[in-house]
Design a protein around this ligand. Structure first.
Ligand code: CP
Ligand code: NVA
Length: 326
């Protein structure tokens, strides 16, 4: 009787015990390894092959800001890998009564195998990671959103079959999403054109780092204030909300400054029919993107959202499980 072949357990990058506070914590080979592992885990999941190497492991999740995708995809991802996730809101913790982040990290490290944090200042993550004895994962900070960019890279890898040389136009705010995209493009040798209103450019130190890195990787990093220039010839048009979490007081000024940067049919026409549209979500329909583009045939935003699950499973596995092939 024929026996169905058992799928080989996947290989994963040697990142055991490391933190993921930003994408540039890793080198290009590690990032590509995570993307490929994400695709393998997605295939195993679609074939309904149980794969539970994190049995007995616990992820603590601290959310200082709201979240739908990050919260659910990390919780489900841990469960699918055989582990569990524990959600901790800061108001439930002694953090709300003055216990320091560092002491919280030391204590949590005695109970859990990793800590995922969504916070404002990047310095909070760095302090937590310095005190924690277990890996710390950035689930979004004011500065970076590495888990989203990993999922975006997986989505592009599925669509195009490669990443190096893809031309990405990033339209809108030079905030956390643009920053993680600068790191990804610079590491992986991609073309990135970032079009922001004057005054909303990405951090100049990060841009300088990205341009330096680009000389090694072959990436092309270009900043402009002209969205038409950015999207001409692009494979990918990417945008994010105009008002990020924590920027509510600036909402009126931002809506005015960003109005010419809306991704609409006209802008997608300049990019061309083969360009795809990406958005980290949540979208503010009618602001940074029209319904027509978000719901249109060039949009791949739901794949991006799904791929949070698979990309983060790859990350969790690589940080939490020692590498082996059995
Ligand atoms: N894209 C993203 O991080 O979504 P959430 O804010 O819903 O987690
Ligand atoms: N830039 C957005 C991303 C949300 C996923 C924010 O920080 O609110």
């Amino acid at each position: 009787m024929a026996v169905a072949p058992t799928p080989m357990p996947p290989e994963w990058p040697a990142l055991y015990g490391r933190d993921c506070l930003r994408l540039a914590d890793f080198d290009a080979a590690d990032v590509l390894g995570l993307v490929r592992l994400g695709r393998e885990l997605k295939q195993l999941h679609q074939l309904r092959v149980p794969f539970e190497p994190l049995r007995g492991a616990t992820l603590a999740m601290i959310f200082e800001k709201p979240s739908t995708r990050t919260r659910v995809s990390f919780a489900v991802g841990m469960q699918q890998l055989g582990g569990q996730a524990l959600e901790l809101s800061p108001s439930m913790l002694q953090l709300s009564r003055g216990e320091t982040l560092e002491d919280t990290a030391r204590v949590l490290s005695r109970y859990v195998n990793a800590i995922m944090v969504r916070t404002g200042p990047q310095a909070n993550l760095e302090a937590l990671a310095a005190a924690a004895a277990v890996p710390v994962i950035n689930g979004l900070s004011d500065a970076f959103h590495p888990c989203q960019t990993l999922a975006d890279l997986l989505t592009l890898y599925e669509r195009f079959g490669y990443l190096r040389g893809l031309a990405v136009a990033y339209i809108g705010d030079g905030g956390n999403m643009a920053a993680s995209w600068l790191e990804a493009a610079a590491l992986l040798g991609m073309g990135l054109r970032v079009a922001t209103p004057p005054g909303y450019e990405p951090d100049p130190d990060l841009v300088a780092w990205a341009k330096q890195q680009a000389e090694l990787s072959g990436a092309g990093i270009h900043l402009t204030h002209d969205p038409h220039e950015a999207v001409a010839g692009a494979d990918v048009v990417y945008t994010d909300v105009w008002v990020s979490m924590g920027q509510e007081a600036e909402a009126a000024a931002r809506r005015q400054a960003f109005a010419p940067y809306q991704v609409n049919r006209l802008l997608m026409q300049i990019a061309g029919p083969n360009a795809i549209f990406m958005h980290c979500l949540p979208a503010h329909r009618g602001e940074e993107v029209t319904d027509e583009v978000l719901d249109g045939p060039q949009s791949c935003v739901w794949d991006q959202a799904e791929n949070r699950l698979h990309a983060q499973k790859a990350l969790l596995l690589s940080l939490l499980a020692p590498r082996h092939r059995s």
